[in-house]
Design a protein around this ligand. Structure first.
Ligand code: SF4
Ligand code: SF4
Length: 477
């Protein structure tokens, strides 16, 4: 008889269940203030961008008919004023060209210098810097802010927090008014705002933009760069081994360790990093650059400034954290080698395309005819027979004067033998105005077979402006 082996079943105690959350709770970042070369550059950019943004809508541009706002995107009147240029929606190609050129410029800049735009000129960085400046002046630097947020409710806390939010709201509101001032005359808007009589659209956009500024610069801050900004997602595609990045020189800095200023750290087997943690404390995105290049790094160089200060105090050479490239770090290149690698093929391609586009835009804008015409056929009647046995088609022409002087235009039509204008063939249009004109075209009966015939309207201005617009003339059966 075969012996059957019995395998005992031993119950295994269930492993304790562990719930792992995929959501990472937000840890508030308290960036420490920093001084140094790059901090000065960042503030220079804050001033420059904000002088332009807040100042531009208040600039006036003199014309023969008085002055007007130099930069105004008048959506209601469907007219854009850009210093001496008056653009209509039909000129959108220039705006498209400008956007493409800006994107190319950003690609070029990113391929050369990484995320310098993010760290120095991006509106999110600039407004966060302004809001942080207010925060520091009201609540103090990092240690005081940490202490204040950790303390229980008190009158001092209430006063400081209220004052900070009031200051933030004032900046945000003024930013909202300025933004809307690009789309509606800013002087009137300013008065309407002060007298609380803005119309509902203005109220909506002023408060919307103010709330976005207040929320993004006051609360979301680095989270916009980390989770919301699309540029952060695709900028790595523009990086290569010769792109400038903020980098920690691990070969020089590690192993890290605390030491006295006069200690022989090399004898103790230490690198140059004294592990003070200041580079982490000043980082507005809360990362440790010593862990290598991270997508959260916005290249603001605050860690470069603070580490240089530490190096100065320790009497070590500067540059433990510095702008460098992957190749330079790997191969020990000097600054000159880095500069020599700037003119590489992808940079030359970006630069050439950008230069060609800018040149094309400038030439096209300089040669632009300061006249736009839209032709719309009268849909009520295709064609009719009028007195004298003639066939008549009716059109509506929108004549847009893109100059700042009143212009007289002569309207003509061609394309069929005997085709003539039966209505007024001259129209006067005021400065930067557009006018709808009804035009009746007549054709002797039998001059063309039944059907639809291509014709052209010609519109000529006194200054030589000339436009030819296509349409059709219908001959009924
Ligand atoms: S600031 Fe410089 S020295 Fe201090 S921890 Fe950072 S890398 Fe090291
Ligand atoms: S790691 Fe340095 S450069 Fe990057 S965001 Fe932080 S402080 Fe700025």
């Amino acid at each position: 008889m075969q012996h059957q082996k019995v395998i005992p079943i031993v119950p295994v105690p269930a492993a304790p269940e562990e719930t792992v959350s995929l959501y990472e709770a937000h840890k508030k970042v308290y960036p420490r203030s920093v001084t140094g070369l790059f901090a000065r550059w960042r503030w220079a950019f804050v001033w420059l961008t904000q002088i332009v943004f807040y100042g531009l809508p208040w600039l006036s541009w003199g014309t023969e008919n008085g002055s007007r706002q130099a930069v105004l995107f008048d959506l209601a009147a469907r007219r854009f004023y850009l210093f001496g240029e008056v653009l209509y929606p039909q000129d959108f190609i220039y705006l498209t060209g400008l956007l493409v050129a800006s994107a190319l410029l950003l690609f070029l800049f990113t391929a050369v210098a990484g995320r310098l735009w993010c760290g120095f000129a991006c509106p999110q960085t600039v407004y966060t810097e302004i809001f942080l400046w207010i925060e520091r002046h009201v609540e103090g630097d990092r240690p005081q802010r940490l202490k204040l947020d950790g303390s229980s409710f008190s009158t001092e806390k209430l006063v400081k927090k209220s004052f900070k939010h009031l200051a933030w709201m004032s900046v945000a509101m003024w930013t909202g008014v300025t933004f809307v001032g690009y789309f509606t005359p800013v002087r009137e808007l300013g008065m309407e705002f002060l007298q609380t009589r803005m119309d509902s659209w203005e109220v909506f956009w002023v408060f919307f933009y103010a709330a976005a500024t207040y929320g993004n610069a006051g609360f979301l801050r680095e989270q916009v760069c980390k989770y919301m900004c699309p540029y952060a997602r695709f900028q790595s595609a523009m990086f290569d081994k010769d792109t400038l990045i903020v980098s920690y020189d691990a070969a020089r800095g590690d192993p890290r360790g605390t030491r006295g200023r006069r200690d022989d750290f090399q004898a103790r087997g230490l690198g140059s990093c004294i592990d003070c943690g200041l580079c982490v404390q000043v980082c507005p995105t809360g990362i440790d650059i010593r862990n290598g290049l991270q997508y959260e790094c916005i290249s603001c160089a605050a860690c470069v400034d603070v580490c240089d200060t530490v190096m100065d105090k320790m009497e070590y050479p500067r540059g433990l954290i510095r702008f460098s490239t992957q190749q330079a770090l790997d191969k020990g290149w000097t600054g000159r080698d880095i500069v020599r690698r700037v003119l590489r093929p992808r940079i030359l391609v970006y630069a050439t395309v950008l230069a060609a586009l800018c040149m094309g835009l400038a030439i096209s804008l300089a040669l632009r005819t300061p006249l736009r015409v839209d032709v719309v056929r009268d849909r009520a009647s295709l064609a009719r027979i009028v007195a004298g046995g003639k066939l008549e088609n009716v059109y509506r022409l929108q004549v847009m004067n893109a100059t700042e002087e009143t212009q007289r235009y002569r309207i003509g039509a061609e394309g069929l033998p005997g085709l003539a204008i039966a209505s007024d063939d001259e129209v006067s249009v005021g400065p930067a105005e557009s006018r709808w004109v009804a035009v009746r075209l007549q054709l002797p009966y039998g001059a063309a077979p039944a059907g639809s015939h291509a014709i052209h309207f010609t519109i000529e201005g006194q200054g030589g402006a000339h436009v030819r617009e296509k349409s059709v003339f219908i001959v009924p059966r």
